[in-house]
Design a protein around this ligand. Structure first.
Ligand code: FAD
Length: 446
């Protein structure tokens, strides 16, 4: 075993995958997590959604560590978005080609599988109920709160996998030249469960991400492996605040989401109302992600993003794979790998944060417009005709490894071309109609 002691702060999804990859390199790995062991707690994901969508980047990492098969029973494939209009009409928008899908995945189960896999390594130890409260990142001395007392730990390398409100990142800001940008949108979210039917079946087709876009707010719903669903309602905090009573909440659903009200059940909606406490969503862009050969932040700690492109975990897992490749390349030399990681990753991490903001607009508003739907069809048609040269944005992000900054750049180029085609098509159509009218008019005069 290598004599380097690696400390990972945070045993979320990214921290546990990181622990597995570093353990395979024979380092002594200690994972410190402020929560109690989630495998011993009942069900709750805290502020996190019950399920999340994994796509190509996330699944590639799970295949790499041999866990894709173990999580498969807890996943449901989703091939398209199913848009629910207020009047009850529904229409599907494929994610990519017909055979391409993303996977609705049980968050707790994934965390449990990763933790079990990490703890199978004799060189990994997980410490739960240890909250990092202070650290000296130059010396690697970390101070944790545990059972009312403090525990000091000495690390050779520290990984900050401690989420969007990272203590490690906060500490890095005080002792290195680090740029950090934090922003909030005025939207929050709540989660509502949908039970299975009395015949023990899914209440809707589980192979869609169901979407209720209502311009200023939106709701989405994804299936769980146990035949239940979870709805997430995204809305401005001020709109949430206007709903003062259970009756107002039910009326709101009856007006905007009548079919979803039937799914949740009026009684259940009323019962859940007192617990509605919308969670905020933060975006973090920062750089660099490392200090010398001592510290690296990854996952939400480095690039928390809005959830609308379903890339938080996917990009966090990709972080771990990129570091893994760099450590291969540089023979475990952190002094070379960490700065190179920071240099390479910044463009992509910033780009994916920007793309999630665009996708929010697309999901809650644009999908309601005819122009968008026409553009989407055109986008898919061109992709079918020249698949190697034209890939729609969502497909690039979800079904390929294309670097996020290239996805963003290509999206802008493709969008300009689509706009030109639409303008050109409209002009040709108008000229055609005008000339027909002229001919008819001439005939009428004769
Ligand atoms: P976290 O999951 O936040 O884990 C950090 C861990 O560090 C936690 O266990 C925490 O307890 C621990 N910790 C924090 N501070 C300390 C401390 N001081 N000491 C010790 N431990 C500490 N992503 C997708 O890929 N697909 C999706 O469909 C998707 N849907 C989402 C829906 C919503 C509504 C939201 C909000 C996010 C969604 N995401 C999705 C994003 C995804 O949840 C996050 O990107 C992901 O959880 C980040 O993982 P992480 O391990 O970096 O951080």
């Amino acid at each position: 075993m290598s004599d380097k002691h690696i400390v990972i702060v945070g045993a979320g999804l990214v921290g546990t995958l990181n622990a597995i990859l570093l353990a395979k390199r024979d380092f002594k790995v200690s994972v410190y997590e402020k929560r109690q062991d989630p495998r011993k707690q009942s069900g709750s994901c805290g502020r996190r959604t019950t399920n999340l969508a994994l796509s190509s980047r996330g699944m590639k990492a799970l295949r790499h560590v041999g866990l894709a098969e173990e999580i498969a029973p807890y996943q449901v494939p989703m091939f398209a978005r199913m848009v629910h209009e207020v009047g009850g009409r529904m229409h599907a928008l494929n994610y990519g080609r017909k055979e391409q899908f993303i996977l609705s995945t049980q968050r707790n189960k994934l965390n449990e599988i990763l933790l079990n896999a990490a703890e199978k390594f004799p060189n990994v130890t997980c410490f739960f109920g240890h909250k990092l409260i202070d650290c000296d990142l130059q010396t690697g001395n970390l101070k944790f709160l545990h059972n009312g007392g403090t525990v000091h730990v000495q690390a050779d390398v520290v990984f900050g996998n401690d989420g969007a409100h990272s203590t490690i990142r906060r500490q890095m800001m005080t002792c290195s030249l680090m740029d950090v940008m934090q922003s909030y949108v005025p939207y929050g979210y709540i989660e509502l469960p949908v039970a299975k039917t009395k015949h023990n079946e899914f209440a809707m087709d589980p192979h869609y991400l169901h979407l209720w876009p209502r311009d200023d707010f939106m709701m989405l719903c994804t299936a769980n492996w146990d035949k239940t669903f979870n709805i997430v309602l995204f809305m401005k905090f001020e709109t949430f605040a206007k709903l003062k009573t259970e009756k107002e909440a039910v009326d709101f659903f009856r007006t905007h989401f009548p079919d979803a009200l039937a799914l949740v059940g009026e009684e259940n909606l009323r019962a859940s109302f007192p617990t509605w406490n919308p969670y905020p969503m933060v975006t973090i862009k920062c750089s660099p992600y490392h200090i010398e050969d001592k510290v690296l932040i990854m996952g939400d700690a480095a690039h928390a993003m809005l959830p609308f492109l379903a890339q938080g975990v996917n990009s966090g897992f990709e972080d771990c794979m990129i570091l893994n490749d760099l450590l291969d390349l540089h023979r475990n030399d952190f002094a070379i790998a960490l700065p190179e990681y920071s240099r390479n990753r910044k463009l992509d991490a910033h780009a994916v944060c920007d793309l999630t903001l665009y996708n929010f607009l697309e999901m809650r508003q644009l999908v309601n417009t005819k122009t968008f739907r026409l553009k989407k069809r055109l986008d898919n048609l061109i992709h079918t005709l020249i698949p190697n040269h034209w890939v729609p944005l969502y497909s690039m992000v979800a079904f390929t490894d294309t670097r996020y900054h290239l996805c963003k750049k290509r999206k802008q180029q493709q969008n300009q071309i689509l706009n030109c085609i639409l303008v050109f098509g409209t002009v040709v159509f108008l000229l055609f109609v005008t000339s027909i009218l002229c001919v008819l008019f001439e005939h009428a005069l004769l």
